[in-house]
Design a protein around this ligand. Structure first.
Ligand code: GDP
Length: 453
């Protein structure tokens, strides 16, 4: 995979469209395209100009196209780049790409444009990864965090921490050179104070991963309740579409049904489970077991009961059980339309809301409660949030290494060991932004991108 190759790929989604964009990058890409283009001579044109003309396969016109020209280093990849806007027919797209390959370009690997941008210093690795997140973003929250990261959010934090540590590392290494003499260039007290300061930032970043993870993958909310409480109906009311099966026979929601819903720009994953009741039915028993497991994994448990049939005692007992689980929970009294006197209003606490899933009464209040109980109030679009498991792991490794340094100072270990522990911390921090990297790591990251990105 040569860095000087001219690479080509379809940048727009495959399929029929009004137009499609084919992208090329590489030092010779203008020379590859220019002889095929009937318009102006591309090799003499300025950067950031657009040219209209025919793309020719010998004497045959393949398509009327627009060619946008980006001359190095003023392009996404920092290389010479071209974007050909053609008509969005898969036949035309294929013919143009084949023509370009015959003329000296090669098909790009997944993520190769972004990889080149990274290797040419357009941005660091964390920012390159944010490009993929940005493309995958499907709501306000994941969009805001990806954009923040692409613009350097986590990278800036990491660079700050790293610079401070590098200073101490070099001082301690200097001490090693003077090991015969009893000199101390790096004050151990200052180093400890710095590590403690860094630790505060690391803890914040590490803790933000939980939020980052749910922003990326959705907040898991488990709906539990007896069969016929109205779980499927509620799910449908929340989703506003008929996805779960609704029936009058108790125990029909045997399997776990998951669905997604955006509330205030954040994705929530609703997991509709079989009821919690004891059962002799084998299939249903498996369902109950899985419901338990899903509750363990959830960020929020929503207990739904039928106001018309559930006894106050059962509700209070269930609440007690939820309190013991130690997870955020909501009690939802359903079928409000069927009851005259709402006895359960006695349990008026801030975990409770009564609704009618059928007529959609109270569903908005329920959404409010879901939002606040799943602690989404903590989410501020401008904050740096770790969304990437690789970054999370490197941060945890950094923290462990720094704790080794602190212990080392307290135990007065020799300078070479101290320097080694600091170097480990620097290594892990550098992994995040790509200052420290391996070919395998890069291949792994960029292979997850789509072709053309
Ligand atoms: P699940 O077993 O918990 O998933 O319960 P379903 O959603 O299948 O609902 C069971 C029955 O209760 C169905 O006949 C629903 O139409 C009915 N139901 C659900 N919600 C309401 C409600 O708010 N009011 C009334 N009157 N009936 C409801």
């Amino acid at each position: 995979m040569g860095m000087n190759d001219t690479i080509v790929a379809l940048a727009t989604a495959p399929g029929i469209g009004a137009i499609a964009v084919i992208r090329l990058s590489g030092v010779d890409c203008v020379e590859v395209v220019s002889p095929l283009f009937s318009g102006k001579k591309l090799t003499t044109q300025k950067s950031h100009t657009i040219h209209f003309g025919n793309l020719m396969d010998g004497e045959t016109i393949v398509d009327e196209v627009l060619i946008a020209l980006f001359v190095a280093p003023h392009s996404f990849t920092k290389e010479n780049s071209l974007e050909i806007s053609c008509h969005g027919s898969p036949y035309i797209i294929n013919r143009i790409i084949q023509l370009l390959v015959r003329s000296g370009a090669r098909l790009a690997e997944p993520g190769e444009f972004t990889q080149r941008a990274y290797l040419n210093g357009r941005f660091d690795l964390a920012q390159a990864e944010a490009v993929a997140d940005l493309i995958a973003s499907e709501n306000e929250a994941s969009h805001a965090t990806a954009l923040n990261q692409m613009r350097g959010g986590i990278s800036n934090e990491i660079k700050n921490l790293r610079e401070k540590l590098v200073h101490f590392a070099s001082m301690i290494e200097l001490e090693l050179d003077f090991s015969e003499e009893d000199v101390e260039f790096a004050s151990r007290e200052e180093l400890k104070a710095l590590i403690e300061k860094i630790d505060v930032v690391l803890v914040q970043l590490i803790d933000s991963f939980q939020l980052g993870n749910v922003i990326k993958n959705g907040v898991p909310v488990v709906i539990v309740g007896k069969p016929n409480a109205g779980k499927s109906t509620l799910l449908n009311a929340l989703l506003d579409e008929e996805k779960a099966i609704v029936s009058d026979i108790a125990g029909t929601t045997r399997d776990i049904i998951e669905d997604e819903l955006n509330i205030r720009g954040v994705k929530f994953r609703f997991i509709d489970t079989a009821g919690l009741r004891e059962t002799k039915d084998q299939i249903e028993a498996i369902g109950v077991e899985r419901a338990e497991q899903k509750m363990q994994e959830a960020s929020l448990i929503m207990y739904l009961f039928d106001l018309a049939t559930e006894s106050l005692q059962t509700i209070l007992d269930t609440e007690q059980m939820l309190v013991e689980k130690g997870k955020p929970y909501i009690l939802v009294g359903n079928k409000l339309d069927k009851v005259e006197n709402e006895e359960v209003s006695l349990i008026a606490n801030d975990h409770y809301v009564s609704i009618s899933a059928k007529s959609k009464t109270g569903v908005d209040q329920l959404k409010d409660l879901i939002w606040s109980k799943s602690q989404m109030d903590n989410f501020q679009p401008g904050n740096v949030v770790v969304t990437n498991a690789r970054h999370y792991q490197s941060l945890v490794n950094t923290q462990n290494s720094l704790h080794d340094v602190l212990r080392g100072i307290d135990n007065q270990i020799t300078n070479d060991f101290l320097a080694q522990d600091i170097r480990h911390a620097l290594h892990y921090l550098g992994e995040i932004t790509g200052e420290i990297t391996t070919d395998d790591l890069l291949a792994n990251i960029f292979s997850k991108f789509c072709i053309g990105k």
